[in-house]
Design a protein around this ligand. Sequence first.
Ligand SMILES: [Zn+2]
Length: 270
Amino acid sequence: MINYTERIALLMDDVVRRTPSLSFIKLPEIVIFGRFGRADAEGAFATCHCLTLPTSEPGYFFWKDRATGEMTRQSEWFITKSPTVRVGPTQIKYLISFVLPRFCNQSLKHSRKAEHYPGAPPWVGKLDTIVHELYHIDPEHSGLRRVKCADGSDSERSHGPHFYADVARMVKAYLASRPDPSLVGFLECDFDQLNDRFGGVAATTFRNFPSFPQRYMERCEMPATEPLVRIEPLKRPTQPELYTEDDLDIRQFTENSTRRLTRKGQHRAA
Ligand SMILES: [Zn+2]
């Protein structure tokens, strides 16, 4: 079986080595993992998730009386935090998820990216997505890359006018650097071809699949805003606040579902 996310990680390592503007990226601080998404459904192919965003200021939810506008209830105060993810001694700063099997079938054909790649084979769309997600990593490691507007201010959007063209330039330069076909070749196969050639497609996932490390709310002690208002308790977090290598799994992805294979680092009993 092909471990698809491991192949992507190896390819990313080579891309980062050969692409000066991405050379600040440290692959060991990134976990690449799979999420499930059907190939024939609309949706994202991949996402870059940042774990270094600062904890939020304290806040609360509230309810108001529709007639009087007065606050009737408030939630407990909370802060919003990123979970900690550690693999061995390394603190993970970013997660990059690939939606499988959808990503395996991504093609330049009929995509908006095609204009940047005249004459390129369809699978280059996947390489474009891989570089795209790496390009979201902020060089100052302070979150996701901030996009500058034409006037130099920070844009609210994460993709500025030059984002797609910058990515296409890096992809073309990488391909022109003649990367080892054994690193890039797996992108030429769609999902059916991968299954035929490798006997299955597997990917790293988190143990709480289909969940994964995400921002969560943590209760904090603060005085009630209005002393007489009822306080609604917050739901306690149901997901871990700390993930380690023991929380990584390997799952096989099929067209319609996934199944857990042996856990990473866990030896199967004979
Ligand atoms: Zn993006």
